[in-house]
Ligand binder design. Structure first.
Ligand SMILES: [Zn+2]
Length: 322
């Protein structure tokens, strides 16, 4: 079971410094090669250049040494482990099932697992891991890579796992069909043709829209695609990024907002003209790709805002005391 405790109220973090985007673009060159994981890699790669220096330090202090300071390299970890016996309880934390054709989400009604245990959905998981991470304190030796373990921390939370879960689930909740209809399991039972191949609709939104975009527009490279989205974040979307990152009442994260957007987009774009057996090609691809890119951007920007709220304040004050 996951455990909740009251969120501390913290001051809203500094606004995004988008000049950093351009700087990081020049420094980029991260290579990624995992198929089916591109959406998560993209979300984390988009967030990383937007992290405040203190946030980056805190996140890196929580990553295992083999991650070599790259959050993106472990953003698929929750998908990798969810089939293992001891992690099976986390499977319902990747999505939300909403009532068929309602196109609306309600936390109290929808956020539960198949046994009716409440809070066991992607929105509840983001709340939970956000709360766990408010207990973070930067180790005194800032230079040393530090893997927090259950026994290291006074509250007995594993904050490395909490960080990886949070980064992953912020990605998931922005994929419109991760907040889908109950009877088709978010499009998983809707079989369609994607150009010449057969997939389920959920997989098309998880992977094929991004794959096709990479091949057609981005030199088959996720890094090139991510860089193009970063330019849009610092360009045509720059006026919107602050509102993307904002949460009401000084909240650190606000997953109910992200979930409500997703089911609305699922109805408007994902399910539309994608009935079982339909053939999806350019008309569907070209009209849906802008939605996918915008959701990746929102996921990345929001992940950065959340991590900055969690870590920049704490880390800054500790650094200032030194
Ligand atoms: Zn997932």
């Amino acid at each position: 079971m996951i455990i909740f405790w009251e969120e501390k109220e913290i001051k809203d973090c500094r606004t995004l410094m988008l000049a950093v985007v351009v700087l990081r673009l020049l420094q980029s060159g991260v290579s990624v090669d995992a198929w089916g994981a591109d959406g998560h890699h993209a979300t984390c790669l988009l967030a990383e250049p937007l992290l405040a220096p203190a946030t980056l330090k805190a996140v890196r202090s929580l990553l295992p040494e083999y991650a070599k300071g790259s959050l993106a390299s472990l953003c698929t970890w929750p998908d990798d482990i969810k089939w293992q016996h001891q992690w099976r309880w986390t499977s319902p934390l990747h999505y939300i099932d909403t009532p068929d054709f309602l196109c609306r989400y309600n936390y109290l009604r929808d956020c539960h697992n198949e046994y009716g245990d409440k809070d066991m959905c992607v929105s509840g998981a983001i709340n939970n891991f956000t709360s766990q991470l408010t207990s973070f304190q930067l180790p005194l030796d800032l230079a040393a890579p530090y893997l927090m373990t259950k026994h290291d921390h006074p509250n007995h939370y594993n904050l490395t796992e909490a960080t990886l879960f949070l980064a992953h689930f912020v990605g998931d909740i922005h994929q419109p069909l991760h907040v889908g209809f109950t009877s088709d399991a978010g499009g998983n039972t809707i079989s369609v043709h994607w150009y010449k191949r057969k997939y389920n609709l959920h997989h098309i939104w998880d992977s094929e829209l991004i794959n096709t975009a990479k091949q057609r527009f981005y030199n088959s490279s996720l890094s090139v695609m991510v860089d193009a989205i970063l330019l849009k974040i610092g360009g045509k979307w720059v006026g919107e990024t602050k509102s993307w990152g904002a949460c009401a009442n000084h909240g650190i994260s606000c997953p109910d907002v992200y979930a409500a957007e997703s089911i609305s987009l699922a109805c408007k774009y994902a399910y539309r003209n994608a009935t079982p057996g339909s053939r999806l090609a350019d008309e569907y691809f070209l009209s849906r790709l802008p939605i996918v890119e915008r959701r990746l951007a929102q996921g990345g920007v929001r992940l950065a805002f959340i991590l900055n709220r969690l870590f920049a304040q704490t880390s800054d004050s500790l650094i200032n005391q030194k």
